[in-house]
Write a protein that binds this ligand. Structure first.
Ligand code: HEC
Ligand code: HEC
Ligand code: HEC
Ligand code: HEC
Ligand code: HEC
Ligand code: HEC
Ligand code: HEC
Ligand code: HEC
Ligand code: HEC
Ligand code: HEC
Length: 437
């Protein structure tokens, strides 16, 4: 009898595994799969099962490699404050019994929307307790704090604490709320110099220039024409023949950094997995009905052929985005600065656009005089929002003001029209501790 039960179990298991294996790796119709709702971060690539499950029975390590493959560089750039190596250290082995922090999926399980919190976290919010129970002995300021308040806005993050460590808080405690100067000047368009490649090797298609006078006119006024980028640089296929609708692959030949950023964020994550480009129709965020079917790509923001970066920085976003935060922008103090700069009343570096916060300019190499390129991954600084403090807000505001503003959810909804109603005491504590002998 026992033998048959065992055999039945084996057959059922093989059947289930076979079913999932077929669905995941062979069958293009994955909708019928019995897995739970995907997380906010991954819902756009839900159907690319093999992006995470690259082997049928790979287990923990296969998933771990997949996570690192897509997020490793980002966590490294964030100077992850709890990296894996902290936990492979034998001195910390006891902590792993409660929470195996070597594996991403200890804290970020997929397909379990019902216990998933913001940023894909599937642990209860007081989990710091497991490893830092003794914190109040060491720090009197932390005596009466609840463990679910450690990682609330403005204090700590599990991974990214680039703006939230004690020395930095104390050193930047002072300062007017508004410094009002951006120290990094914006480069002149035609001299950006982020593009690569020998542009002389492309066909010029003079006949097309005559035929399509509108495109030719817009192109003539663009920095592409100034830099000698001919029609053929975008419009030729591998054989040198005319290509009607250039795609990301053509832009990528010269703008690889921008393409890399775009593909790593939400806007490009579907294309990166070989799925159809993202459209507002599939969004969870509110989107403008008119743009429902616009396929997201470089020209969704940089319409061919003027490639106007000013339009790309606000107007293009508002073609699609329709949430309260986005809609509040134009009436906010920042939005008014952007309008004045667009009208030529202010130098462009004093404007704050959607792109200032979501697609900031940053050096494209480690050199001191490195060219400033635009970060095209609009999720890079999004969550936790303290990622914006150092590279963005502090160009113009003090640290304390930025921490308070970003901790105030209602103020974010109004797109920063007004003063923060919250005060985060972390700077006060850091200063006090520094002054106590
Ligand atoms: C973004 C990464 C990701 C994608 C995409 C993804 N999964 Fe998963 N999947 C995971 C993680 C993480 C787990 C949890 C593993 C654990 O709990 O040990 C998991 C668990 C599972 C499980 C086990 C269920 C369970 O509760 O233990 C199945 C079956 C599964 N996935 C199938 C799929 C299928 C089918 C697809 C495509 C429709 C898919 N997954 C897409 C990351 C992903
Ligand atoms: C194919 C690439 C890919 C793989 C594999 C992948 N992710 Fe992601 N993940 C993304 C992208 C793209 C986003 C959305 C953009 C962003 O938030 O950076 C995202 C979002 C997230 C977020 C949410 C961030 C937020 O702000 O809401 C978390 C957490 C996360 N991933 C963790 C994981 C973990 C853990 C794994 C392994 C189980 C994993 N990812 C596997 C590409 C990937
Ligand atoms: C002990 C729990 C824990 C482990 C292990 C863990 N995370 Fe996280 N992760 C969190 C928490 C909590 C957040 C929410 C934001 C924060 O506090 O930093 C987060 C946020 C994130 C985010 C979005 C925000 C950001 O800082 O970029 C990504 C992406 C992410 N984790 C990826 C990973 C990957 C990849 C791994 C494995 C290498 C991993 N996490 C391991 C707890 C964990
Ligand atoms: C799985 C165990 C574990 C968890 C969970 C954990 N930590 Fe840690 N944490 C460590 C270890 C190990 C260190 C390094 C040694 C030490 O300082 O105790 C550390 C160090 C720190 C530091 C010192 C700063 C630094 O960069 O070295 C801070 C701050 C911190 N953790 C905050 C938190 C917060 C806040 C949470 C919850 C969001 C958290 N930790 C969750 C294990 C953990
Ligand atoms: C920097 C790249 C680039 C350059 C240079 C460029 N184009 Fe284009 N062109 C595009 C893209 C991208 C599209 C497709 C737009 C879309 O998909 O909506 C396009 C579309 C077109 C179309 C089709 C329009 C339509 O609506 O179907 C014509 C015609 C055209 N371009 C002519 C030209 C001519 C003539 C030149 C040279 C004077 C030129 N282009 C230079 C990128 C370029
Ligand atoms: C043959 C190389 C080449 C190709 C292909 C190409 N570009 Fe460019 N692009 C350049 C050069 C050169 C510049 C001038 C600025 C610089 O040196 O970075 C430039 C500038 C730009 C600018 C800045 C415009 C400004 O006024 O500041 C944008 C935006 C842009 N390109 C987008 C695109 C898009 C989108 C595509 C694909 C449809 C594309 N480019 C294809 C070489 C190229
Ligand atoms: C063609 C339409 C379109 C344009 C143009 C566009 N977006 Fe998006 N954006 C989307 C879609 C669709 C998503 C994914 C939303 C979802 O999955 O719910 C998205 C996601 C985002 C996210 C990530 C939200 C999250 O929670 O992870 C940010 C931030 C964002 N867009 C900012 C911008 C900015 C800033 C601009 C202009 C510089 C812009 N977008 C232009 C369609 C667009
Ligand atoms: C969500 C909107 C959006 C998308 C999609 C987008 N860009 Fe941009 N891009 C911008 C904005 C906004 C700026 C200018 C920001 C500023 O001036 O501060 C810019 C600037 C640029 C520049 C000039 C600055 C630099 O980094 O060299 C180039 C080149 C460029 N984009 C190329 C591309 C290419 C190639 C793609 C497709 C892979 C693309 N962009 C997709 C919004 C977008
Ligand atoms: C001063 C900086 C700033 C400006 C300007 C700004 N944003 Fe944001 N944006 C934020 C912050 C901070 C968040 C919240 C991140 C978080 O905590 O989840 C956010 C969130 C978002 C989200 C994600 C909403 C969600 O619920 O996931 C989108 C989409 C977005 N912004 C689009 C835009 C657009 C479009 C514009 C211009 C019309 C714009 N933003 C202007 C700082 C800014
Ligand atoms: C390029 C400079 C610049 C950057 C970057 C910038 N701001 Fe501002 N911000 C300003 C200026 C200038 C004003 C005042 C505008 C006015 O009063 O007309 C302002 C106003 C504000 C206000 C409204 C204050 C009030 O009294 O109404 C808030 C809140 C704010 N900023 C928060 C932020 C946050 C948070 C960030 C980063 C995500 C940020 N800002 C990035 C320049 C900047």
């Amino acid at each position: 009898m026992k033998k048959y039960v065992w055999l039945a179990w084996l057959l059922i298991t093989a059947g289930i595994a076979g079913f999932y294996g077929f669905k995941m790796f062979i069958d293009p119709d994955k909708q019928s799969l019995l897995v739970g709702e995907p997380t906010w971060g991954h819902h756009q690539i839900e159907m690319a099962c093999t992006a995470c499950h690259s082997e049928a029975f790979g287990g923990k390590d296969t998933l771990q490699n997949a996570c690192i493959n897509c997020h490793g560089a980002e966590l490294e750039a964030a100077q992850d404050s709890h990296p894996r190596k902290k936990f492979t250290d034998p001195r910390n082995a006891d902590r792993l019994d409660v929470l195996d922090a070597r594996y991403c999926i200890t804290c970020h399980i997929e397909h379990q929307q019902e216990h998933t919190r913001i940023m894909g976290v599937t642990l209860p919010d007081d989990y710091c307790y497991h490893c830092h129970q003794d914190i109040s002995e060491e720090r009197p300021s932390h005596q009466d704090l609840e463990f679910n308040s450690c990682a609330s806005a403005g204090c700590h993050n599990y991974h990214d604490n680039r703006a939230l460590y004690e020395d930095f808080l104390a050193a930047n405690a002072m300062g007017e709320w508004l410094k009002n100067i951006r120290e990094i000047p914006l480069p002149q368009a035609a001299a950006v110099g982020t593009a690569s490649l020998d542009i002389q090797r492309f066909p010029r298609f003079s006949d097309k220039q005559q035929l399509h006078s509108q495109q030719h006119g817009e192109w003539l006024a663009s920095s592409h024409a100034q830099a000698g980028v001919s029609c053929g640089a975008c419009h030729s296929n591998d054989d040198g023949d005319w290509l009607d609708k250039p795609k990301l692959a053509q832009c990528e030949t010269c703008h690889d950094k921008e393409a890399e950023g775009f593909l790593a964020g939400k806007h490009g994550m579907r294309l990166a997995q070989g799925l159809e480009a993202i459209t507002p129709a599939e969004a969870k965020l509110p989107m403008k009905p008119l743009s429902r079917d616009t396929q997201h790509s470089c020209v969704a923001c940089h319409s061919a052929h003027d490639f106007d970066t000013q339009r790309a920085a606000v107007a293009a976003c508002l073609n699609c985005h329709d949430d309260t935060h986005s809609l509040a922008f134009e009436q906010s103090p920042h939005g008014k600065l952007a309008a004045r700069a667009a009208a030529g009343e202010l130098p462009p570096e004093q404007a704050v656009t959607c792109a200032t916060c979501h697609m900031p300019r940053r050096p494209i190499s480690a050199k001191v005089d490195a060219v400033l390129g635009v970060e095209h991954n609009q999720n890079m600084h999004l969550r936790p929002n303290e990622k914006m403090i150092r590279p963005i807000c502090m160009q113009c505001h003090s640290l304390g003001f930025a921490i308070d503003a970003l901790a105030d959810k209602k103020l974010i909804d109004k797109n920063f029209a007004g003063r923060p109603a919250k005060h985060v005491p972390s700077i006060d504590w850091a200063v006090k501790r520094e002054q106590t002998p």
